[in-house]
Design a protein around this ligand. Structure first.
Ligand SMILES: [Zn+2]
Length: 145
């Protein structure tokens, strides 16, 4: 999660909402990403999406069984779908996302019966630091006007 926070800060430096993600398989980081939809002109460039693409390329596999995704913010519906499609085993997130999070905030996406893959979820890891990175970013942006 520390590495994900470092990535989030890289995004913030580019003016992106600071969210970072890291994918770990067999104790090794195989993918990294930070939220960057503005600079990439890509609405799908959420931190999770970028990290999963990076990992899938690294291991040359469209599925990532046994892997753990660490992300600083509760995933949205798009990324939750991606997590299932990627066959990620476990998701560990930091801060909750009251507006768009679908793990606990706006619904329990991973509990839906039709899903053909079960994902283990753990939330609230370094939640305060992850949340502070976001609130600090928005506070500074408001000050700049
Ligand atoms: Zn997302």
């Amino acid at each position: 999660m520390r590495e994900a926070l470092t990535l989030a800060a890289q995004g913030a430096a580019l003016g992106e909402v600071p969210v970072g993600a890291v994918l770990v398989q067999d104790g090794k980081i195989i993918g990294r990403g930070f939220n960057c939809p503005i600079s990439r002109h890509d609405p799908s460039a959420h931190a999770e999406m970028v990290a999963v693409r990076d990992a899938a390329q690294a291991v040359q596999n469209y599925r990532l069984p046994g892997s753990t995704l660490y992300v600083t913010l509760e995933p949205c519906s798009m990324c939750a779908g991606l997590i299932v499609h990627s066959r990620i085993q476990r998701v560990v997130y930091g801060a909750t996302e009251p507006k768009a999070g679908v793990v606990v905030s706006r619904g329990q996406f991973f509990d839906q019966g039709f899903l053909n893959h079960r994902v283990l979820v753990e939330g609230g890891v370094l939640a305060e630091e992850c949340g502070t990175a976001l609130s600090e970013f928005f506070r500074q942006r408001r000050q700049k006007g």
